[in-house]
Design a protein around this ligand. Sequence first.
Ligand SMILES: CC(C)(COP(=O)(O)OP(=O)(O)OC[C@H]1O[C@@H](n2cnc3c(N)ncnc32)[C@H](O)[C@@H]1OP(=O)(O)O)[C@@H](O)C(=O)NCCC(=O)NCCS
Length: 180
Amino acid sequence: MNHPLVPFASVFVRYMRLSDLEQVQAIDHMSFTLPWPNSAFQYELMQNKDSIPMVAEINLTNGEKLVVATVVLWKIMDEAHIATLAVHPDYRRQGIGQKLLAKALLEAIRKGARLATLEVRAGNEAAQSLYRRFGFEVAGRRPRYYKDNHEDAVIMTNKNLDTFYQDWLTSIAEEDPNPD
Ligand SMILES: CC(C)(COP(=O)(O)OP(=O)(O)OC[C@H]1O[C@@H](n2cnc3c(N)ncnc32)[C@H](O)[C@@H]1OP(=O)(O)O)[C@@H](O)C(=O)NCCC(=O)NCCS
């Protein structure tokens, strides 16, 4: 398990705000070889009515707050599409990604989503492992989808967002990631 640079006391998930953008973009750049353009998160916040942009914020033991993870879901018709999900490298493997994803999926379901989809790099075992844990299954492949290294995209879906699944999401969303 990685240890955080600064100890944190608790994790809180909420909707993204304009004031988060600098931290959100920094996490995006640290997490992806093809980060989103700087205007993209602002578009999600200000213009995209189908967007569910959320962050996980930690309360540090010194009283400060820090955004350490970000997610954007698009809720289109009855489908929730996970457009991006990233956790700051120093805070990974501590349950923050799954808490944020669970909260965002619950929000999409509350707004009418009945299935969830995403694309993930074929070689991204960490993310695929997380999504498998969330009940996603491989539904297809887009050959040479990513422009930087022509890696395939794996399409994953979860068509089973029933009440039993929602209860499971709620339990994950309420878990308190514990650094130690
Ligand atoms: C994928 C990512 C969001 C996971 O975030 P995280 O906060 O580290 O994940 P969590 O601690 O909540 O992990 C929950 C579960 O997911 C799986 N998982 C997460 N990271 C994993 C890894 N590196 N290897 C294997 N399984 C992993 C495990 O089942 C884990 O449970 P466990 O720790 O009890 O074994 C994070 O690694 C990340 O930001 N990666 C870079 C960006 C990215 O690839 N985003 C996805 C794009 S589709």
